[in-house]
Design a protein around this ligand. Structure first.
Ligand SMILES: Nc1ncnc2c1ncn2[C@@H]1O[C@H](COP(=O)(O)OP(=O)(O)OP(=O)(O)O)[C@@H](O)[C@H]1O
Length: 609
């Protein structure tokens, strides 16, 4: 099977999926729309016929024959009225249906994003290419498809009815005209299809250009962009890429237009030949002046209708290709998913990892054969050098990814359950987390803490005090102050944001607490305060603390040392120090960083320097 017939079949399937959707969104409006489109389609044929009757009537008048003027004027006024009424009605109906359908499509895209529960899908560049195309089209493709379908119906009715008027000249005339114009139509369709496939191929490049302009314009990059004088480089790069992109499109357009020329010539030959033939027939007295007028207007109208039908067909193909992408996107496997029939949530927060390994897409393993048992209520510090796999362990526990091998079990004894068998939302509701790269939502402080949950005053107070956020609040910054600059809100300091992220975690009464470098942006006093709170908060909860600041490890019952994705040490702080291994080395290294400058300062002051 050729790829074009394959894609025609795909498009037909997409149309069959999309039409019922359009219909369900607004049945009456859609029916009205297609009816008024079909009515409009009859107008060109009516105009051609009125033209013939008028010319025949006038010729008759010149020969002294009677003419039914009232019928002629009636037909003309009727056609004008139909044309004036149907055009605005079609526009109004189209607007109503398209608004509704655009909302419907946007809602489905948003719903899809909430169905994607893991992070795995988001790391596929193809996913972002598809999303770029879909988001870019969501505001206009539904309207475009709808109007294209209506105009295509209008064009089809018009072409058929105008072709039918040519039957008055001879049964073979419409066949010859259509045969002369069909190759041109087919070629034009092919040309437009190429345009779409080029657009899809170039999406990654368009995304690169969008990324460059985001870097140049967005606040989060502004400091580096200015300090390192990046703006001219970004501008140059965007310009070069855009020009290359446009060059390819232009070359393709020109090539396509040139290949249309022979087909244009053929269509001209056929319609010109037919015109010459009818004039010759009139000269020989075999047909009347009205028939010549009919052929002239019908050929013009047919050419125009077929050409706009081609255009509609091509545009419709593009819109349908967009919808095919939408259907594929909505129905693609979504990576991490909640089970259809989840097992009940275990009663306690014991966590067990059995031979867990994990590799990110196309990457070497980030975790290798990790086996670990954390009884409910234990506080475990996880330490290790950059890239050791600490955050990955946390992400698996939150089921942002599933292990490549091994199992994560929640609960103890008979209640122990594989994490994959638990309802994801229910499990995540049991976990509170402060991430290294927590989100800074540009909403009010209160909304940033509640994150959609109902307000509980007592819990909110504990969260605000426990996180140290109390110190951030004052007369000008209250719980109802909007944060961030995008909407003219107040900007918190880095530490202020971190306290807010901590308050968010504290507000969620959770059985498992995850702290991934939770104090990286805090000053020493705030850090001490927050760790005091964490220690109280961790009581009775299973707590995992990822940290590079080994002083904070002292709040943990147990320390895990990760290296290259494996647990290489596991024990109490004092025992690990005594063992003299990796942990003892890291501890000594960090202690020296504090001691040496002090010693240096002391020796400097002793020497009177
Ligand atoms: N989303 C990702 N896609 C591909 N590779 C990743 C991704 N996230 C992390 N990695 C890689 O996985 C390995 C473990 O990373 P991880 O973030 O778990 O380390 P870490 O111990 O938390 O490091 P750090 O102390 O720097 O935060 C690293 O080699 C890292 O480059």
């Amino acid at each position: 099977m050729t790829s074009s017939s394959q894609s025609a079949r795909d498009l037909w399937r997409t149309l069959r999926l999309t039409l019922p959707d359009l219909w369900r969104a607004q049945p009456l409006v859609t029916a009205g729309l297609f009816l008024s489109g079909a009515a409009q389609g009859l107008l060109p044929a009516v105009t051609v016929l009125i033209g013939k009757w008028t010319v025949d009537g006038v010729s008759g008048l010149l020969r002294g024959q009677p003419v039914n003027l009232a019928a002629l004027v009636g037909a003309w006024v009727g056609a004008a009225l139909l044309s004036q009424v149907t055009a605005p009605v079609t526009q109004v109906l189209q607007g109503a249906a398209a608004d509704h359908y655009t909302l419907h499509v946007n809602q489905r895209l948003m719903r899809r994003m909430t169905e994607l529960q893991g992070l795995d899908v988001l790391e596929d560049p193809q996913f972002h290419d598809d999303l770029e195309v879909l988001q870019g089209g969501a505001s206009h493709r539904p309207l475009n498809l709808l109007s294209t379908l209506v105009y295509a119906l209008r064009g089809l009715v018009a072409a058929l009815s105008v072709a039918a008027t040519l039957l008055l000249v001879g049964w073979w005339v419409p066949l010859v005209v259509v045969a002369g114009l069909l190759p041109l139509m087919a070629r034009q369709m092919q040309f437009h299809r190429l345009g779409w496939s080029l657009f899809i191929q170039k999406t990654p490049e368009a995304r690169e250009v969008n990324y460059l302009s985001r870097v140049a314009l967005r606040h989060e990059y502004a400091k580096e962009v200015r300090l390192y004088g990046l703006a001219p480089h970004l501008q140059r790069d965007a310009l070069t890429r855009t020009r290359a992109y446009q060059r390819t499109l232009r070359a393709q357009r020109t090539r396509g237009l040139l290949t249309l020329l022979p087909f244009e010539a053929l269509s001209l030959l056929v319609t010109g030949g037919l015109f010459a033939f009818v004039v010759a027939q009139a000269q020989a007295g075999r047909v009347g002046a009205g028939s010549v007028a009919l052929v002239v207007t019908a050929l013009g109208a047919l050419r125009q209708e077929l050409s706009s039908l081609t255009e509609m067909g091509s545009l419709g193909t593009q819109h349908l290709s967009w919808f095919a992408k939408l259907h594929a996107f909505l129905n693609a496997p979504g990576g991490v998913q909640s089970p259809a029939q989840p097992r009940p949530l275990p009663g306690d927060g014991t966590v067990t990892l059995c031979g867990v390994s994990f590799a990110y897409r196309d990457q070497p393993p980030a975790l290798r054969d990790v086996t670990l048992h954390i009884p409910a209520g234990q506080t475990v510090a996880i330490v290790g050098e950059n890239g050791a796999g600490k955050s990955t362990l946390i992400k698996l526990l939150l089921r942002y990814y599933d292990p490549t091998a091994g199992r994560i079990l929640i609960g103890a004894g008979d209640g122990q359950t594989d994490l994959r068998d638990l309802d994801l939302t229910a499990w995540r509701a049991q976990v509170a987390a402060v991430f290294q790269d927590f989100a800074r939502f540009e909403w009010t402080l209160r909304e940033n803490i509640l994150l959609g949950q109902p307000q509980d005053d007592a819990r909110l107070k504990v969260a605000v005090h426990g996180s140290g956020l109390r110190g951030v609040l004052n007369d000008t910054c209250t719980l109802d102050t909007r944060l961030g600059q995008a909407f003219g809100g107040t900007e918190l300091s880095g530490g202020g944001w971190q306290k807010l992220a901590t308050a968010r975690a504290l507000y969620r009464g959770a059985r498992v607490l995850i702290l991934d470098e939770p104090t990286a942006a805090l000053d020493p006093r705030s850090e001490a305060e927050v760790f005091g709170t964490f220690a109280a908060l961790a009581r009775g909860r299973t707590t995992l603390l990822v940290t590079h600041r080994l002083g904070s490890v002292l709040m943990a019952d147990r320390v895990l040392v990760l290296k290259a994705g494996r647990i290489i040490e596991d024990g109490k702080h004092a025992d690990l120090l005594a063992r003299g291994g990796e942990y003892a080395d890291l501890w000594a290294l960090q202690a020296r960083q504090y001691e040496e400058p002090v010693e240096a300062a002391l020796s400097l002051s002793a020497s009177g320097g």
